[in-house]
Design a protein around this ligand. Structure first.
Ligand SMILES: [Zn+2]
Length: 135
């Protein structure tokens, strides 16, 4: 059932993440700084500084040397960098794909609760309306 692809599907991103942005560097929600090693939009010395930081802390600074831009998508108010080692968006998609019956049951129960609330509001409205008529 799960895709062997490391990237989240286009369908998942289109449905939940909007169009996203491209940028020379970005921090992923996991805390890693991802940067495009072939970007034309780095400031003087910025790329050398990032590469030096990668040498010192390769798990925190991730260079994508052949990329001209880093692609960032947002889900639930958090930024996720495509190609980041955490592959955070894929985690969300995999969760959805591996829990279809639980998700369906959740929405079923959620809908029932919403319906109960609407019915209570209608009953309250009818009681108020009857009380007003008696005035
Ligand atoms: Zn990440």
């Amino acid at each position: 059932m799960l895709s062997e692809d490391r990237e989240p599907s286009d369908l998942f991103m289109k449905t939940f993440c909007g169009s996203g942005i491209g940028t020379p560097q970005a921090e992923c929600s996991c805390g890693r700084i991802n940067y495009a090693g072939s970007s034309e939009f780095m400031e003087e010395g910025e790329l050398d500084s990032l590469r030096e930081r990668t040498r010192k802390n390769p798990n925190r600074f991730i260079g994508h040397e052949n990329y001209e831009a880093i692609s960032v998508r947002t889900l639930a108010g958090r930024n996720f960098v495509l190609g980041c080692p955490c592959n955070g968006l894929k985690t969300y998609e995999d969760f959805l794909l591996t829990h279809p019956s639980e998700i369906a049951r959740y929405f079923e129960e959620h809908s029932k609760e919403q319906l109960r609330r609407v019915e209570e509001l209608i009953a309250d409205s009818q009681r108020i309306s009857e009380a007003v008529k008696k005035l």
